[in-house]
Write a protein that binds this ligand. Structure first.
Ligand SMILES: Cc1cc2nc3c(=O)[nH]c(=O)nc-3n(C[C@H](O)[C@H](O)[C@H](O)COP(=O)(O)OP(=O)(O)OC[C@H]3O[C@@H](n4cnc5c(N)ncnc54)[C@H](O)[C@@H]3O)c2cc1C
Length: 435
């Protein structure tokens, strides 16, 4: 029997999960992988910086395993154009690859601020393994590190920077830290925690230039004194790697627009992960969710569909979870919905902050800030995620939560969140072990 040829572009979380699912589904079809980088997980790079794992442990799959899975490899190669009429992908060395179906999983790249000195020596991003190697080599107990950007990605590496640098200053143009992850009250708790640990916060600071000055990097601002640092790490946003798709006929908005099977407007072309614009599970809106769980789920759904199953994806849950110096910070779903009913709990003595957002008796979003020992002794984080993800009807429990905002265990158990989530596994079955 003639086999199909599946072509995967991008060896990040989405691409790898598609290949794994194809083979674990028993597919004997041909698989080819094109990727600018070898397969590794960006999400674990902060642990490499913290020296908790070696560089080898950032890999998601070995070349040996890919060989066993009989994957034709084009690593270190970029896709430069796509001809969807003739099912042909062109690489940067001029090679052309044909396919029966194609997964575009080229993810996103870090974006630096467009200002003088942003590309200079001593200024680094933290998006790729090469970035992580460079920062890890340069940071030392003698160094003053300026982190430009106080968003989620900046916070994922903050722990490592605090552990390994002598001095840390965070520079953020917005009036507070984590502007797209938590609300004002949550950010205030985190700010206090960081300042008590010697981190300097400069919010509302508009960076104008970075220059070399006396062996240091001098950061100048629209207002206020300049800042001298030894190393600058810029985490100022990301953009999807879409430019190579110009002229391909693929419909693009913020990302590649996909249907509930993660197909683009071209029936044999799928998209997954950071590059895809799919359904938000809570609101139904079409959005890019540039997070690891979405990339993994998307990849698995596409792999199953390529293998011939008909798997629909219910949409992804926006979630960000990060821990910094013993404080855990998280937000789920529609945590900033201005029209939701809001329940707030706070215990300043223990740096605990909770915010629950409800609509029609369902929890549609939540914010969590709490010390790590509290997080892991109570598992409130996991329960909150379950409550938002399951969308169980909390009829009668809003009053309980208003009076006892720190007791989410009872509504979680009484409303059988676990059993309502059980049948909702991504592929409708339990996941086999990774290898
Ligand atoms: C430091 C850091 C920490 C993070 N922490 C978290 C976290 O705690 N939680 C979380 O949910 N998310 C986290 N993320 C985000 C998460 O890593 C991404 O959402 C995830 O990597 C997306 O997977 P992807 O497969 O879509 O894309 P990527 O992982 O970006 O993979 C894209 C692949 O495509 C390749 N590629 C790009 N362009 C081309 C081309 N033209 N031709 C061929 N190949 C190409 C790239 O080389 C790469 O191999 C973090 C990211 C970083 C950088």
């Amino acid at each position: 029997m003639a086999t199909k040829k599946h072509l995967i572009v991008g060896a990040g979380t989405a691409g790898y999960n598609a290949i794994r699912t194809l083979r674990q589904s028993g597919s004997q079809d041909q698989i080819a992988l094109v990727s600018a980088e070898h397969p590794y997980s960006r999400m674990v790079l902060p642990y490499f910086l913290e020296q908790g794992i070696s560089e080898g442990h950032t890999a998601t799959v070995s070349l040996n395993q890919l060989e066993k899975w009989d994957v034709e490899l084009h690593l270190g190669r970029r896709a430069v154009s796509l001809d969807t009429q003739n099912n042909k992908l062109t690489l940067d060395n001029g090679d052309e690859l044909e396919y029966d179906d194609l997964l575009i999983a080229t993810g996103s790249s870090a974006v630096r601020l467009n200002l003088p000195g942003a590309d200079g020596e001593g200024v680094h991003g933290f998006w790729t393994l090469a970035d992580a190697r460079a920062v890890s080599r340069l940071v030392s107990p003698q160094s003053h590190v300026a982190m430009v950007g106080a968003g989620f990605i900046s916070f994922t590496i903050l722990n490592g920077v605090i552990q390994r640098a002598g001095q840390v200053t965070i520079v953020e143009v917005a009036g507070r830290i984590l502007p797209r992850m938590v609300d004002d009250a949550g950010a205030a708790v985190v700010s206090r925690w960081l300042e008590a640990r010697g981190v300097t916060l400069r919010t509302g600071a508009q960076l104008k230039s970075i220059e070399d000055s006396g062996g240091k990097k001098r950061l100048s601002f629209a207002d206020g004194a300049p800042l001298d640092a030894d190393l600058v790490i810029m985490a100022t946003g990301i953009s999807t790697n879409l430019s190579w798709l110009k002229g391909s006929g693929i419909t693009i908005n913020q990302g590649i627009v996909v249907d509930d099977h993660l197909r683009s407007n071209v029936a044999n072309v799928y998209a997954a992960g950071d590059i895809a614009e799919g359904k938000n599970r809570i609101t139904g809106a079409m959005e890019v969710h540039a997070i690891e769980p979405t990339a993994a789920e998307h990849g698995r759904v596409v792999g199953a569909n390529m293998a011939g199953r008909e798997v629909a994806y219910p949409g992804s849950l926006m979630l960000n979870i990060v821990g910094v110096a013993g404080l855990d910070i998280a937000s789920f779903g529609a945590w900033d919905d201005p029209d939701a009913t809001v329940i707030v709990g706070r215990r300043d003595a223990t740096n605990s902050y909770r915010k629950y957002l409800l609509r029609d008796n369902r929890m549609i979003g939540a914010i969590y800030v709490g010390e790590s020992n509290e997080t892991w002794s109570g598992n409130d984080l996991g329960m909150l995620k379950g409550l938002v993800q399951s969308g169980v009807n909390l009829d009668g429990w809003a009053d309980h939560l208003s009076r006892n905002p720190f007791d989410i265990k009872r509504p979680y158990l009484a409303n059988r969140v676990v059993s309502s989530l059980m049948p909702q596994t991504t592929l409708g079955q339990s996941s086999p072990s990774p290898r």
